[in-house]
Design a protein around this ligand. Structure first.
Ligand SMILES: [Zn+2]
Length: 436
């Protein structure tokens, strides 16, 4: 397990000196100092910062704590794969101050009581913040709209049947009308289920491995339908884990026309394509699947240009035994919280030429905007939720050291550079060590 410890029982005043301060909300990228006093960011000149412990972070990047719009914490019901505690520890190691949990647990999160339980459990742990998404339909069955208003009152930040698409147009439209009326957002797992039930890999990989495919049209068709319904209902639509050039084009068109449509890309869809799959190894099986190099490049371009304004992990833990069965029968999904910063920095910033400020934007203000939350910032007065990232030392992904209970990653052995070093949550520091 990676070393992870709360620095002290109290909340000490600290002065971070010499870091590269990346604050997308303020539009600033400069070397400077900031101080943390009483759980808030203050100017280093503030008298309250006098006598604060000095921490030299020169050469490192300082940014608002990252937000992950898409994680599976597996509790309740699948604690062998992950718990709220192990998942939120993995989030901290990954540089995330808050994560949006998907409702496809057992039971699914389709009642206000379950939403409150998740929130209370996470608060009691005092780790990263858990912002629960609730089911769009009862039991995620796709037939009857869930109690949207009561779920929102209980604290649900978004609505989704992630893991399964609402296939009935009338149900999706009714759900969007209800979500629009309360000003919340639908997060859309857009994959035609007729294809999903049969397929396990992208077209090219399916041919190579001799397994059934999930064709690109399975995604494109549902994305186009849901953009149409978002226009009809005025509902904000966030398309999850885009994987195809066709769906990227549909999202681009909708945004250019001014419709309230956003989308996310995952580290694995940006870093990998189906040609990289080494064989019948289910650590490379996820939904949507890895697709062609052309699709991957379309995704990268859209992230670089801002048409895709969010990155999200789709952290999907599974026990090793379940993943041992190969492509045909293993469950979909890969873990991502503890590699997301390193992988996306490598692909987008180092190799893609993206500015560090834009990269931070995709992980902070982009996701916050989807949820309608105040943009996280390093400005004085803001809550001290921030991350220090070092980018100057190579490290190797070793799944055995993950804080997550699961190890199902295609990035084992990858050599990366960016890595969170410290995280503050409400002013409380967490040191993220290299050593157990
Ligand atoms: Zn998911």
């Amino acid at each position: 397990m990676s070393g992870l410890r709360a620095e002290s029982n109290g909340v000490p005043a600290m002065r971070l000196v010499g870091g590269r301060l990346l604050d997308p909300a303020a539009g600033t990228d400069r070397v400077g100092d900031l101080a943390i006093v009483g759980g808030r960011i203050v100017s280093p000149d503030d008298p309250a910062a006098c006598g604060a412990t000095v921490l030299d972070v020169s050469g490192h990047w300082v940014a608002p704590a990252f937000i992950d719009l898409h994680v599976h914490l597996r509790e309740p019901g699948m604690e062998e794969a992950e718990t709220i505690e192990s998942g939120l520890r993995a989030a901290i190691v990954g540089g995330f101050g808050a994560v949006v949990s998907m409702p496809n647990t057992s039971p699914p999160i389709d009642s206000p009581g379950l939403v409150r339980q998740l929130i209370d459990r996470a608060r009691a742990l005092g780790l990263a913040a858990l912002w629960p998404a609730a089911c769009l339909t009862r039991g995620r069955a796709g037939d009857e709209v869930a109690e949207i208003e009561a779920l929102a009152d209980a604290g649900a930040v978004a609505f989704t049947d992630d893991g399964s698409t609402v296939m009935r147009d009338d149900v999706m439209e009714a759900a969007m009308r209800r979500v629009a009326a309360i000003g919340s957002v639908v997060m859309d797992h857009a994959q035609d289920r007729a294809h999903e039930r049969l397929g396990v890999a992208g077209d090219g990989a399916a041919r190579r491995l001799g397994v059934p495919a999930i064709p690109a049209e399975a995604e494109v068709r549902v994305v186009e339908r849901d953009i149409r319904l978002a226009r009809a209902t005025g509902c904000r639509l966030h398309v999850q884990h885009l994987s195809t050039a066709g769906a990227v084009a549909a999202v681009r068109r909708a945004r250019a026309e001014g419709w309230p449509v956003s989308a996310e890309a995952t580290p694995h869809h940006l870093a990998l394509c189906e040609d990289d799959i080494p064989g019948d190894d289910a650590n490379w099986k996820m939904n949507p699947p890895l697709r062609s190099a052309r699709d991957r490049d379309a995704l990268r371009q859209a992230v670089l240009e801002g048409a895709i304004a969010c990155l999200a992990t789709d952290h999907a833990p599974h026990p090793a035994a379940a993943k041992a069965h190969g492509f045909l029968t293993a469950p979909f999904g890969v873990v991502g919280l503890e590699t997301a910063v390193g992988v996306t920095w490598e692909v987008l910033v180092r190799d893609g030429g993206m500015s560090p400020l834009e990269w931070v934007r995709r992980w902070t203000t982009g996701p916050a905007a989807v949820l309608g939350r105040t943009a996280p910032t390093l400005r004085p007065g803001a809550p001290a939720d921030l991350v220090v990232i070092r980018t100057d030392r190579e490290w190797t992904v070793d799944p055995a050291r993950f804080c997550s209970r699961s190890r199902n990653t295609p990035f084992a052995g990858w050599r990366l550079h960016a890595r969170p070093k410290m995280l503050w949550l409400g002013g409380r520091p967490w040191a993220i060590g290299d050593k157990p």
